[in-house]
Design a protein around this ligand. Structure first.
Ligand code: NOJ
Length: 760
């Protein structure tokens, strides 16, 4: 394991001497006010004005012109730009506005420093891909890299040069709405996905001729909010920080991410925004990382309600001293930093260091050479057929088949189908929780997808009920369960399309009950009475708690919120034109009371029996009285329309030194009659160490495609130095001793082996 990033120097982290010279020369000319300007990030628009909106809409209608609302700039914006008092924007995606403001910054401010335009492009810009949790469920980093590349192409054509992604927060709590935005519960998988996304965003050669920088977030611990309530307190050990929550950030930096967004949460009593051990000691002293630290939205001001700053001035002082470079949206730096420097409370050298990092990023992005966006590019670049095709491929690979009793799937084309459920004829919710620039008309619904396979007279549709309750849902769907039941009369199979709306996950959208919302379970219960076989396509932004539903349906396909090609992807999978290959990246609990439930838990001094636990059967063990410890569906789990067998587990050397590489192979056979993909997963357990270790940890995975009857030997190579953890002294260590390993299809099954790590 590398200890500094210098060994893996990548573009934005490479302290290129030419760039450094330019940074020094520019810095030398800057006044304190101009320096601070580089540390200020604002949204340039005036607050939304509904009257202005309506008036412009009317104007467009009267002129018969298409309506695209352009918000008004803040009254003071142009002066701020001229005065060099703003360094970057967030979430402005109209090339015209960007160019207008950029022109003022470049041509009318004293030093002509270009603006950096940042934006939330979380799962696509206009070509909306599945939500990130779904994308991670592909277990296909190459696909994520290509999807991120498409997002960067489109965003950069719109004038964006800084993408506030990837979100690399590990989360083990599905109540937390933002679990939708990350890669799930596991740091190793999170590292793989973080690398893929950073590579995808940052590879140069975009159509716009400009580059895009990634911004992994939210550094750090945000996914561990108490009770899964967004923005809530986080308090875990330094060991957990280092072994679980930091690794995906480090992976993103090692792949060249030149910026990071700090998180809203406090950690052990100190909000990250003002936390020097997080922002300075780890990033700068330990990792020698030279990139930019950006606050989250308004987070500097939020030090006041957190209760660590009495006012904005104090908030500014604490943040800059802690190592926060750019303040997003609140104006503590803008209002108070100059005064703090003049009063000697903040050394100017600290401000210089922060500005240096910002300028370095601007130079490396080529903004001084190419500050403007080609306004004609946007329409030509977005939604290209190849992008839509990739969105389809990603959607198909992201969906997870959890049940397939009696091989009810794939459906035969002559099936008589009744489709029931509020999400079957829905566009908006396919777009997921974080797609700022989406257009619902780009989306294919499930009904549209199905119509590619079914002639018009062999199926019918009834929504049954809205997603949420009748009053707040806003879809216009009225509950009519009897009509839904009646519609199933002629059906061979009932296809339920159920789940959450997009706005039930994402930022600020946490839930305490994770079953089917609204009256959907009641709808399923009524249809179950008919005795017709049911298949459910389940859409959500998180793992749901669905033991009842799972017991009722024969087929269960988790489709998440799958983006613009959701409908077609669902249909391709249901009819077998594609074979499901997604695997869960977060455990699905049996009940909310089990949360957090994750595969890499510790053993405890009183572990449950491996065979699982029955109610009351294991007194004084670490179990529940009313529920097994295991989740309903474990991490890594997912079915296919074919079957795979695992055989011949080989461990090349079972005695290894600390500098050796663990070499493991296994033979996988497609033992069914369809082509399909298997995700082969390697887990290890360090049996005895100076501190407790997880019962299993993912250390490798490979997704392979096999024809029926085809056999392949899959090999893993894991450097022994990657099997370590934070020891008693908190230093990364690999201890000699015995390990178990498993190679299998998920976190609970697999062939088992053993090896030993010896002293050097
Ligand atoms: C708050 C969110 O936490 C963050 O992910 C996002 O990038 C910013 N808002 C900017 O929109």
């Amino acid at each position: 394991m590398t200890t500094t990033l210098q060994e893996t120097v990548a573009y934005y982290n490479n302290l290129d001497p030419e760039t450094e010279k330019r940074v020094d020369a520019l810095l030398a000319q800057m006044t304190l006010v101009e320096k601070i300007g580089q540390l200020v990030q604002l949204n340039p628009f005036a607050p939304f004005d509904p009257d202005d909106y309506e008036a412009k809409k009317r104007e467009a209608e009267e002129a018969g012109a298409p309506f695209e609302y352009e918000p008004r700039l803040r009254d003071d914006m142009e002066d701020l730009l001229r005065g060099g008092r703003i360094g970057s924007f967030l979430n402005v995606m109209t090339p015209k506005v960007i160019n207008h403001c950029q022109r003022i910054a470049v041509e009318e401010s004293r030093l002509g420093i270009p603006l950096l335009v940042g934006a939330d492009v979380i799962h696509g810009y206009r070509t909306i891909f599945p939500i990130p949790l779904a994308e991670a469920s592909t277990w296909n980093p190459d696909l994520l890299e290509r999807a991120s590349r498409v997002a960067a192409e489109e965003a950069s054509a719109a004038g964006v040069d800084w993408i506030f992604a990837p979100m690399v927060d590990v989360s083990r709590d599905p109540r937390w709405g933002r679990i939708a935005e990350g890669a799930g519960e596991d740091p190793f998988l999170g590292m793989a996905m973080a690398r893929a996304r950073v590579r995808g965003f940052q590879t140069t050669g975009l159509t716009s001729g400009r580059n895009v920088a990634a911004c992994p977030k939210h550094y750090v611990g945000y996914g561990a909010a108490e009770g899964g309530r967004d923005y809530n307190t986080v308090d875990f050990s330094e060991r957990t920080l280092r072994d679980v929550y930091l690794p995906p950030f480090k992976a993103a930096f090692e792949s060249g991410a030149g910026a990071v967004m700090s998180s809203f949460n406090e950690l052990g009593g100190l909000p990250v925004t003002a936390n020097p051990s997080i922002l300075r000691t780890i990033l700068r002293d330990e990792w020698q990382w030279p990139g930019v630290v950006l606050s989250d939205y308004d987070a500097v001001r939020e030090l006041i309600p957190h209760g660590v700053a009495a006012n904005l001035r104090e908030a500014a002082r604490l943040s800059i001293l802690a190592g926060l470079d750019i303040e997003m949206v609140s104006t503590a730096y803008h209002d108070h930093l100059a005064d703090l420097v003049t009063a000697g409370e903040v050394p100017e050298a600290l401000v210089d260091e922060a500005v240096r990092r910002v300028l370095r990023l601007k130079f490396r992005l080529g903004l001084f050479e190419r500050p403007y966006t080609d306004e004609s590019l946007h329409d030509a670049v977005i939604l290209q057929p190849a992008f839509r095709e990739l969105a389809l491929e990603t959607a198909r690979e992201s969906m997870v088949l959890l049940q397939n009793e009696d091989n009810i799937l794939p459906l035969s084309p002559d099936v008589r189908l009744t489709v029931i459920g509020p999400l079957a004829d829905n566009r908006a919710d396919m777009l997921g929780c974080w797609s700022l620039h989406n257009h619902p008309e780009d989306v294919e619904t499930v009904l549209e997808g199905l119509s590619a396979y079914l002639p018009g007279d062999t199926w019918s549709y009834q929504p049954g009920c809205p997603i949420r309750d009748d009053r707040t849902d806003g879809s216009g769907i009225e509950t009519d369960i009897p009509a839904a039941v009646a519609a199933t009369r002629e059906a061979d199979v009932v296809l339920l399309v159920l789940g959450e709306s997009a706005d039930m996950s994402g930022e600020g959208h946490s839930r305490t009950t994770l079953g089917l919302p609204g009256r959907q379970q009641e709808l399923v219960d009524a249809i179950a009475e008919t005795g017709k076989p049911m298949v459910c396509v389940l859409m959500s932004g998180r793992p749901l708690v669905i033991p009842r539903l799972a017991a009722q349906v024969k087929g269960l396909l988790v489709a998440w919120h799958a983006g613009i090609r959701a409908g077609r992807a669902v249909a391709d999978l249901l009819f077998g034109a594609a074979n499901p290959s997604g695997r869960l990246t977060a455990s699905w609990p049996r009940s909310e009371g089990q949360i957090p439930v994750y595969y890499a838990h510790k053993s405890t001094g009183r572990p449950a029996a491996e065979s699982g636990t029955r109610q009351f059967a294991e007194a004084f063990k670490s179990v529940y009285m009313d529920e097994p410890n295991s989740p309903l569906f474990p991490f890594g789990y997912g079915l296919s329309y074919t079957t795979f067998t695992y055989a011949n587990l080989q461990i090349a050397e079972s005695m290894l030194g600390p500098d050796d590489t663990l070499r493991v192979s296994v033979t996988i056979t497609n033992s069914g009659d369809r082509a399909g993909a298997e995700v082969v997963q390697l887990y290890v357990r360090d049996l005895v160490a100076c501190v407790t270790r997880p019962v299993r940890e993912l250390k490798g995975f490979q997704k392979i495609w096999l024809q029926p009857g085809e056999q392949r030997t899959v090999s893993f190579e894991v450097p022994v130095r990657d099997l370590g953890f934070s020891g008693l002294d908190m230093q990364y260590t690999v201890e000699p001793g015995d390990f178990k390993l498993w190679v299998g299809p998920n976190a609970v099954d697999g062939l088992e082996g053993a090896f030993r790590v010896c002293e050097a």
